[in-house]
Design a protein around this ligand. Sequence first.
Ligand code: CP
Ligand code: NVA
Length: 333
Amino acid sequence: MRIYLIRNQLNGGDLKMAPNLRGRSFLTLRDFTRQEIEFLLNMASDLKAKKRVRNLNPLLKGRNIALIFEKASTRTRCAFTVAAIDEGGHAEYLGKNDIHLGAKEDTKDTARVLGRMFDGIQFRGFEHSTVEELARYAGVPVWNGLTDEYHPTQILADMLTIREHLGDLRGKKLVFVGDARNNMGNSLMIGCAKLGLHYVGCAPESLLPAPERVEECKKIAEDSAAGGSIAMVTDPREAVRGADIIYTDVWYSMGEEEKASERRALLSPYQVNMSLFEATGKAGTLFMHCLPAYKGNEVTEDVFEHPRSIVFDEAENRLHTIKAVMVATIGDV
Ligand code: CP
Ligand code: NVA
């Protein structure tokens, strides 16, 4: 695509070195190199600028995109839909009661049917194995719009937002406080490891990620050579010391509603309130949340509405980063 190739040239980059992501699925960030992720962030930034000036050069013209949702969504659904339309494509919403997937038809058959009709498929649902199976059989790129285990498109938006506010990602300390073994905790840990941030997962022992996952991410940090690190801390005040970013998410994810009271009891000492937000000892710490937020649980209203809360910048960046994923994998680039 012209705009990012030109940018790459301006930055002294070699055109031949621009990663080619055509035809690739986007299931977790572990499948992408640091250079490929940075390439997507640069492209998202360029697409954001392009949208601001209403530049007419659609890059998804004639593309049909299936949006499968087993779970509810505001940001992800709207981002895929608006991104497709902005770039001249068509998005078709397929809710859990609209299609046979999971009822009368198995995943691999649905994948092969949709792959004959659509150029790309977004899936949001429960089992991560479903999105993997879709990708295995569809024959077209499949994008993970959230599973119980991972939420990779959210991480692209978060990294773009951090970069916009703090510049270079490398060396920044991001502390995730809350249910550190949920899809956001897992995915942020991979994203930070790839891109050179210092990631701290902060939760009671029972809600820390499995040791194998932590070890995997330490290895990713080492291999990507961007200088990042991974640590787990159970004391929230100790964890946030020196944090550039405090990040939280709901205490019980979609599908875990029956755990509400158990999680409240476990996680109330981990609420991001003004006292914890000020415990970083650092001027300028930012607050982030993937949204939707349950105010009064994981975050208080005053932190959520604080001038250093950048949650709506993150939400907007879902659009630009998801657009980059689609353009890079199925667009005219
Ligand atoms: N952050 C996020 O994925 O939001 P939605 O559930 O509204 O898509
Ligand atoms: N952990 C949350 C993220 C929502 C975007 C959930 O899965 O419900």
